[in-house]
Design a protein around this ligand. Structure first.
Ligand SMILES: Cc1cc2nc3c(=O)[nH]c(=O)nc-3n(C[C@H](O)[C@H](O)[C@H](O)COP(=O)(O)O)c2cc1C
Length: 334
């Protein structure tokens, strides 16, 4: 059963929120909008460096941006200095008023852990706790959540211990990615550990790792005791996954044939339009080539997808992309 969190009303009896996982360079305002339209319940910005926010770096503040339609929204920040994390949290809450502020204790990237941030903090829980205390004191009126991995490696899994302390410090929900830092994105997420964390704390735990369809979501919900699920990579090529999981939870079987080619193309064009709306006016270009990489996962499942991606490379404008859609759909029905 989903545990309640008084300041996070999407948890509680009868509720089971599906989160879109934060993914740097992917889950911007445009992609989040697509996922929201397909049933994502709660979303979080990609991680943003606390120091960059304090320096008023334009790109960092752009990453924090969201629309009212995307609420409930969390802003995720990372860093390793309690004072800067507290100041960045305060600025974010003052300027963009997210529904919650989220702390990143999971990123395994070298340039992040070498600063002791992200999953680097799992090697040093006392610093992690100081950081949480500082942020909590800076934004007492805004719910604070965190996202973490299991630990640095399998010899030093700290997730249960850290989760208990985070709860004492006032963290109101916790997303757990069932991998260690050493694992990166390889191997499988260890849901046994996620279950142990969920059993050890009273705050909602959101389970994350390798949920890829309705069946895996049902299994994880049934077996792990989590209060919600977070979906990352599977959503990049399949933003419909949120709707599909909800249908599976409602007892509906998968649609025969899955997502149609027309539906896929509509989604590609929608994402392109939204991306242009969000970024191109600032970049001062109608050239779409710079954003075509983001469309690639969405072409999976279209007939001749590899060749299609080659053809996509020649699209300069949205009109070219629309023309390619028409040609490709016409070829598909031949
Ligand atoms: C390209 C990419 C970027 C990511 N960026 C972030 C991030 O900014 N913040 C974060 O907490 N996790 C980040 N993650 C981790 C995901 O949120 C998620 O924990 C991970 O992908 C496992 O979930 P999945 O198996 O559903 O993909 C990223 C993952 C990927 C693949």
């Amino acid at each position: 059963m989903s545990k309640a969190a008084p300041r996070l009303p999407w948890f509680g009896p009868g509720k089971f929120p599906l989160y879109l996982a934060p993914m740097a360079r992917h889950t911007d305002v445009a992609f989040r909008q697509v996922c929201k339209e397909q049933g994502a319940d709660v979303m979080v910005t990609e991680f943003v460096q606390s120091e960059a926010l304090i320096r008023d770096n334009f790109k960092a503040w752009e990453m924090v941006d969201f629309t009212e339609a995307q609420r409930p929204m969390g802003v995720q920040i990372f860093g390793a200095t309690p004072a800067s994390m507290a100041e960045a949290a305060r600025l974010v809450c003052e300027r963009v008023r997210p529904d919650f502020l989220d702390l990143n204790f999971g990123c395994p990237a070298h340039k992040v852990i070498e600063q002791n941030a992200g999953s680097g903090l799992l090697r040093c829980p006392p610093l992690l706790y100081d950081l949480v205390k500082a942020v909590k004191d800076a934004i007492p009126h805004v719910p604070l959540t965190a996202k973490m991995r299991l630990g640095w490696d399998y010899a030093t899994v700290v997730a249960v211990e850290v989760a208990g302390r985070l709860q004492e410090l006032g963290v109101e929900a916790l997303a757990v990615h069932g991998r260690t830092k050493e694992q990166g994105y390889s191997g499988e997420a260890h849901w046994g550990w996620i279950s142990q964390v969920a059993a050890a704390v009273d705050i909602p735990v959101i389970g994350n790792g390798d949920v890829k369809d309705g069946a895996s979501a049902l299994l994880r919900r049934r077996e792990s005791g989590v209060s919600g699920l977070m979906i990352g990579r599977a959503a990049l090529g399949n933003p419909w996954i949120f709707r599909q999981i909800k249908e599976a939870m409602g007892g509906q079987a998968d649609q025969p044939g899955g997502i149609s080619a027309t539906e896929r193309w509509n989604c590609i064009i929608r994402l392109a339009e939204l991306t242009i709306e969000v970024h191109a006016s600032r970049l001062g270009t109608r050239d779409v080539r710079w954003m075509l990489d983001r469309m690639h996962p969405l072409t999976q499942g279209l007939p001749g997808s590899r060749k299609l991606r080659d053809r996509m490379r020649h699209c300069l404008t949205l009109a070219d992309l629309r023309r390619l859609r028409d040609e490709h759909l016409a070829e598909a029905v031949k």
